[in-house]
Design a protein around this ligand. Structure first.
Ligand code: GRF
Length: 195
């Protein structure tokens, strides 16, 4: 059994998709949803999905107790699904290669501080890029710079807008994020970790 924790800050469409994707898989359990935003629609989704919800404050999040709590839950993989806080170093160190993030662009371009949500798509359209896409990557102590697990691409049209690009990226996320998570979970098992 692989135990997932999903961290969210916003709408939670990725959370929803991941939960549905694994709903018939007896080898994967979503142990909790960790949320830092009391206004996030993800909260409703977690409740409807019947997944335990853990709301956090910044103080909780930066404490050693939170790391211990996650460890005591036996989490195999932390999935950042639209989670907007930088992770504290102690959490990253406690879960080496066990935290993944999705970024709505082709890293290393359009990553780092300030590149989140619509800001990413605005920058990509303004630069008249021919392509954008998604990047699923491991998380290290820096923003958006861990090892890349998967990228998927879309072409920009001549009259592309940040909104139309966001819709394309959304489709890629829905198609590929759960698949990338599954790969990470079960390739670790093959290499003998957490059998
Ligand atoms: C996604 O575009 C993801 O790439 C980014 O934040 C957004 C989250 O959307 N990191 P949602 O909350 O899953 O709907």
């Amino acid at each position: 059994m692989k135990r997932l924790s999903i961290f969210v800050s916003g709408n939670g469409t990725n959370l929803q998709r991941i939960a549905e994707y694994f709903s018939n898989n007896k080898d994967v359990e979503i142990v909790n949803v960790v949320c830092n935003n009391p206004k996030a629609y993800s909260i409703e989704r977690a409740k409807k999905l019947g997944i335990p919800l853990r709301m956090i404050t910044k103080q909780d999040f930066n404490s050693e107790a939170f790391v211990k709590e996650m460890q005591s839950l036996g989490i195999d993989l932390i999935v950042l699904a639209g989670f907007l806080w930088k992770l504290p170093e102690n959490l990253v160190k406690a879960f080496p290669k066990k935290i993944v993030n999705i970024h709505p662009a082709l890293l290393p371009k359009y990553g780092g501080k300030g590149f989140y949500g619509e800001h990413v798509h605005e920058a990509v359209v303004a630069a008249k890029e021919a392509q954008s896409g998604i990047t699923v990557h491991y998380v290290n102590e820096l923003y958006d710079s861990g090892e890349i697990i998967l990228q998927a691409r879309v072409s920009l049209d001549e009259n592309e807008t940040p909104d139309s690009l966001a819709a394309k990226i959304h489709q890629l996320e829905q198609a590929y994020f759960p698949v990338a998570i599954e790969q990470v979970l079960f390739s670790n098992a093959l290499s003998g970790r957490n059998p």
